[in-house]
Design a protein around this ligand. Structure first.
Ligand SMILES: *Cc1c(COP(=O)(O)O)cnc(C)c1O
Length: 393
């Protein structure tokens, strides 16, 4: 869409990135093809050399993938987006495109587990070092800067404790030293938070979560100014973790309902958070939309609402938390999130199960902690399901 800045987000979500073929189809066409044909030898040569724009091979570009990229970029208020095969490949591609051996990253210590493993256990073998600091302590990010620091990487709110990073404050610190800032916007999506508007240089997504929203496909993206995404594309087209046309088409359709899903899931999450906070068997609730959240004011400045993820501690430890999980008949026991079906996770024994008990305790992940990724079911039904176990404690 040429005039993206004229339209509201919900209009862009259904209209941006639409290009019709000669058949004038209303729903976007899906181009399941690995390669593209040229009119003649001269055109093949021109396409390969880059003299002429156009599709060559789907590891490089594909029209369905391009449509998804265009729509997502419009929603984030960005110049461009590059889609990847998963959220993790988006983070890998961003780092491979913008950093080299000898460079240094400052990252939040409460990032998604696989991101921390990528930074600490894999990139470290290739000469890229990472210093992890508290998500909420701007001074710690500043103090961790070295002469070779190239990237600040953050994810807000964090999983599962919903800690908020002050995007604008961290951008000010980073940009004073010409350091790039990348934000994993998986939990909020552009509907609730637009990091580029707050000064971030790039946004990464696990499209697997809310962008699909129905638990069907894996996907990811790096979003930002073309000068940055072009570098990511250069890495992708050579290294190969591109998004498939089929998954791009599913995600393109997912984006059409993103706004109404985010609004509805966040509204339900707030009601569940309020109910849990008043529950006699609940020790503590972590939800940015509650005034009891230590960074409620910052969250409400930075995000449109508290989002769809609520974590809480039961009164008790692992046995009590598992009793709540095992008493549920409706909530899905799975680690995925962002689905229309509500999911329930015990982080200490699943997503955070492989880190040492001491490190887990230091990170604030207690044995009694549960995470609910609220879907679209009726709030009353979700409450009744959680209460079945809670009332037994
Ligand atoms: C799931 C997730 C990822 C990784 O995405 P995949 O699509 O599973 O590779 C990255 N960041 C966050 C915050 C996530 O929740």
């Amino acid at each position: 869409m040429a005039d993206c800045d004229k339209y509201q987000l919900e209009t862009l979500a259904v209209r941006a990135g639409t290009a019709r073929t000669q058949f004038n189809e209303h729903s976007e066409a899906m181009y399941l093809t690995s390669s593209f044909v040229f009119d003649n030898a001269a055109q093949a040569a021109a396409r390969f050399s880059g003299e002429e724009e156009g599709n060559v091979y789907s590891r490089f570009t594909n029209p369905t993938v391009a449509a998804f990229q265009e729509r997502l970029a419009a929603l984030e208020g960005a110049e461009a987006a590059v889609a990847t095969s998963s959220g993790m490949s988006a983070i890998l591609a961003l780092v491979m495109a913008h950093l080299s051996a000898g460079d240094h990253i400052v990252a939040s210590n409460s990032l998604f587990g696989a991101t921390l493993q990528l930074f600490n256990n894999i990139l470290s073998r290739f000469g890229i070092e990472t210093t992890c600091v508290s998500q909420t302590d701007v001074g710690a990010w500043q103090a961790a800067i070295r002469p070779n620091t190239k990237l600040f990487f953050l994810e807000t709110p964090s999983n599962p404790l919903t800690e908020i990073a002050d995007i604008k404050a961290l951008c000010d610190v980073a940009h004073a030293k010409e350091i790039l800032v990348a934000v994993d916007n998986c939990f909020c999506t552009p509907v609730l938070q637009r990091p580029l508007d707050l000064g971030a240089d790039m946004v990464v997504h696990s499209a697997t979560k809310y962008l699909d929203g129905q638990g069907r496909v894996l996907g990811g993206a790096v979003v930002g100014p073309k000068k940055y995404t072009d570098e990511v594309l250069k890495f992708l087209r050579t290294a190969g973790p591109t998004l498939s046309a089929f998954n791009a088409w599913v995600l393109l359709k997912g984006l059409e309902t993103l706004q109404i899903r985010m609004e509805a899931q966040s509204a339900k999450a707030l009601l569940i958070a309020q109910w849990l906070e008043a529950h006699p068997k609940v020790a503590r609730v972590f939800y940015p939309g509650l005034p009891s959240h230590p960074q409620h004011a910052l969250a409400m400045r930075q995000q449109k609402n508290g989002g769809g993820i609520v974590s809480f501690e039961v009164k008790g430890a692992r046995a009590e938390a598992w009793r709540v999980v095992d008493s549920c008949k409706l909530l899905s026991i799975t680690a995925n999130l962002g689905d229309t079906k509500t999911t329930l996770t015990h982080p200490a024994s699943t997503t955070h199960g492989r880190i040492s008990p001491e490190a887990r305790a230091a990170a604030g992940i207690s044995e009694g902690l549960l995470r609910v990724a609220v879907g679209l079911e009726a709030v009353e039904d979700l409450q009744a399901d959680l209460d079945r176990g809670l009332s037994q404690l």
